[in-house]
Design a protein around this ligand. Structure first.
Ligand code: NAD
Length: 261
């Protein structure tokens, strides 16, 4: 229960990695602000389930992470309710895959807004209360694509490299105020989003779903295994712990050896 009395806001926590991170902080006693897409009944059910399972206060906020004013209002709601968002996890993200000269403009703008600019807006809104408390943790869920590129992912790779730069800059600015900022860089994690791509990729390439996993998704990862949501969540919890107080400005791979190539 190392985070009892603290509050964690996890963007994009109605699914996948974000949900796993929210659960891991709830299990350690943190009050939670969850966020992400989903219909009202589903998100309320999730909110109640987390509150009951962990015995913590859980707010759901529907802020659209492409809208700066909604992001700011969500953080302010957390500050008003709990005094501060002590642990900010910028996790919401989307993907679109297309050659750069055919990349749809609206997809470029959406990916830059949701995967990169949202981190800036949330950090900007959360830092003043963290500074007042003299303690804070900013954890940005970037990607192996913050460190290396893949073809056809220009917006995603650009956004994730940008998150790495933002993370380092924030870390330097608040280093003396008890606040750390780090980026987690997962390889492939079998979230609903990745799962949904497997049948389509199998069809498109005329190969089996097992071959998609082995020869397409995991081809980059020397371990030939997916990273798990639980592994990513455990790293986030570690980065928020007192033991990690000297880790800041770090861009941390958790990708089965992908970027060691
Ligand atoms: P996911 O699709 O399972 O979850 C994404 C979450 O973001 C959902 O809760 C969704 O509702 C939310 N979201 C999307 N658009 C939003 C918006 N406009 N406003 C608010 N919320 C929004 O995906 P995931 O795989 O769990 O990805 C989470 C993060 O991890 C992303 O930043 C992604 O880039 C990163 N990541 C994922 C993988 C992977 O293999 N799954 C690898 C590296 C990095």
């Amino acid at each position: 229960m190392q985070f009892k009395g603290k509050t964690a806001l996890v963007t994009g926590s109605t699914s996948g990695i974000g949900l796993g991170i929210a659960e891991a902080f709830g299990a350690e006693g943190a009050n939670l602000i969850i966020n992400g897409l989903g219909d009202a009944a589903e998100t309320e059910q999730l909110r109640q389930r987390l509150a009951e399972q962990f015995g913590v206060t859980v707010l759901y906020d529907a802020a659209d992470m492409s809208r700066p004013e909604q992001i700011e209002a969500m953080v302010q709601r957390g500050v008003d309710k709990f005094g501060a968002v002590d642990i900010l996890v910028n996790n919401a993200g989307i993907q679109h895959v297309a050659p750069v000269d055919e990349f749809p403009l609206d997809k470029w703008d959406a990916i830059i807004a949701i995967n990169l600019s949202s981190n800036f807006h949330a950090i900007r809104a959360a830092l003043p209360a963290m500074k007042k408390r003299g303690w804070g943790r900013v954890i940005n869920v970037a990607s192996a694509h913050a460190l290396v590129a893949s073809p056809f992912k220009s917006a995603y790779v650009t956004a994730k490299h940008g998150v790495a730069g933002l993370t380092k800059t924030v870390a330097l600015e608040v280093a003396e105020q008890g606040i750390t900022a780090n980026a987690i860089c997962p390889g492939y994690v079998l979230t609903p989003l990745v799962q949904k791509q497997i049948p389509d990729t199998a069809k498109a390439r005329g190969i089996s779903e097992d071959e998609v996993i082995k020869n397409v998704l995991l081809a980059a990862q020397p371990t030939r295994k997916f990273v798990t949501v639980e592994q990513v969540a455990a790293l986030a919890v570690y980065l928020a712990s007192d033991a990690a107080a000297s880790i800041t400005g770090a861009i941390l791979p958790i990708e089965g050896g992908w970027t060691a190539h």
